[in-house]
Design a binder for this molecule. Structure first.
Ligand code: SF4
Length: 126
């Protein structure tokens, strides 16, 4: 699934809203993000890309601050080992990635990442 970034709600706004600096709270950017059809994909992209946008770290992405994203990533690391086994088990039972994502309330990209990591681990072990 490809993301059409042309649909981004931030596209026609001043980018500085998303990088409010130490004294800003990013509330206006977060408000705009809440209306964005790409919010989930944007958040996943931020978390999975080393948290940089055009080489700039931080800022508001997917409606979340850099601190929010760090907390989400840390929480995922704590729960993913258990969930990974379940994702692999359901995939072997021929569940689609979309069905698995819905089952766990996660993004399809996360399911694909777990399955890809599993395949790479299997290939490395062979
Ligand atoms: S969710 Fe991402 S793409 Fe959408 S408005 Fe916010 S920063 Fe822009």
């Amino acid at each position: 699934m490809t993301t059409n970034w042309q649909q981004a709600a931030c596209r026609d706004h001043n980018l500085e809203l998303w990088f409010p600096g130490k004294n800003g709270n990013g509330c206006e950017a977060k408000r705009i993000c809440r209306t964005c059809p790409l919010r989930a994909a944007c958040l996943e992209d931020a978390i999975n890309s080393g948290d940089t946008y055009a080489g700039i770290r931080g800022g508001i992405r997917g409606g979340k601050s850099a601190e929010d994203r760090r907390r989400i990533a840390a929480a995922r690391k704590r729960v993913e080992p258990d969930r990974s086994a379940d994702i692999i088990r359901l995939h072997r039972k021929r569940w689609s990635t979309k069905s698995i994502a819905i089952r766990y309330g996660i993004n399809v990209d996360v399911v694909c990442r777990v399955l890809r990591a599993h395949r790479e681990a299997q290939a490395g072990a062979a």
